[in-house]
Design a protein around this ligand. Structure first.
Ligand code: IPD
Ligand code: CA
Length: 278
């Protein structure tokens, strides 16, 4: 329980709905898509994003009528995006829409529930690979039902990192991101590698399951990271704002890592950027 919220019931509902939504997205991934752009030519949306979000929100609202809801596509259409202390679901119907559009099987349905502004339940479903990541506060994190754990890496020179440019790329925001990746990759003390996998939620699940050691990004939204936040923490990892401040899901930035030591070594390399809050 978290307050009056039965987290097991919420997790079970999120799992069922994510599976149903993922089936629709997987089937749509084999057909021709109508692609539109939102804030920039790199910010994509398809009919399936909208259809899947509608399904997820209507099922959640029916099951939890007293809760609050934030959805990526509703927000893009002008609906309020406000986080209070009330139980609030944060939904990204397809995280990794660019991968989805280009036929790369690495996108996910992401459903998170925050109570008192902190994520307590998270489900991230890679519908192409049929990988269901899940966690609830205090219950550990799983992938397809089996426990997952972060890596124990504490050294940048032994780390595999994930990051992204994000979909909004004005030069004053993109340049410091590129410079930061250069600094981390360049000899004499380079990291093992830096990957851009195209989905914030799945990046966090890669950290949670130990295939990546840390992930950081500015410009993401609450629906991209709410579920991933609880999954990483329940897998034994740490999450924060990229400067090292406590994570605030509305602040448009995230750094997560398998260990606090690695996060502390990485944070000073990341530029200090501030985006407009969600
Ligand atoms: C995007 C993905 C991408 C990240 C962007 C997100 P979307 O979400 O997570 O990896 O770099 O910042 O907006 O648009 O595919 O839901
Ligand atoms: Ca999305």
């Amino acid at each position: 329980m978290s307050g009056n919220t039965d987290l097991d019931e919420c997790l079970q509902a999120a799992l069922n709905i994510a599976r149903k939504a993922g089936k629709i997205a997987r089937e749509a991934s084999f057909s021709i898509m109508k692609v539109e752009t939102k804030a920039s030519s790199a910010d994509l949306v398809t009919e399936t994003d909208k259809q899947v979000e509608e399904l997820i929100l209507s099922e959640l609202k029916q099951k939890f009528p007293s809760h609050k809801f934030i959805g990526e596509e509703c927000t893009a259409a002008g609906e309020d995006c406000q986080l209070t202390n009330d139980p609030t679901w944060m939904v990204d119907p397809i995280d990794g829409t660019s991968n989805f559009v280009h036929g790369i099987p690495f996108s996910a349905v992401s459903i998170g529930l925050a109570v008192d502004k902190t994520p307590v339940v998270g489900v991230v479903y890679n519908f192409s690979l049929d990988q269901m990541f899940a966690a609830r506060k205090g219950g550990g994190a799983t992938m397809n039902g089996a426990p997952i754990h972060v890596s124990k890496c504490t050294e940048l020179t032994e780390s595999l990192l994930l990051s992204e440019f994000g979909s909004n790329r004005p030069p004053e925001l993109l340049k410091p991101k590129v410079d930061c990746l250069y600094e981390l990759a360049v000899e004499p003390r380079p990291v093992h590698g830096i990957r851009m996998v195209g989905s914030a939620a799945l990046s966090m699940c890669m950290v949670a399951s130990g295939s990546a050691d840390a992930y950081f990004e500015y410009g993401i939204h609450c629906w991209d990271i709410a579920a991933g936040d609880v999954i990483v923490r329940e897998a034994g990892g740490v999450t924060m704002f990229p400067t090292g401040d406590p994570l605030d899901v509305m602040r448009r930035g995230v750094l997560c890592a398998g260990t606090q030591e690695l996060a502390a070594k990485l944070a000073p390399h990341i530029p200090k950027l501030e985006y407009e809050r969600d």
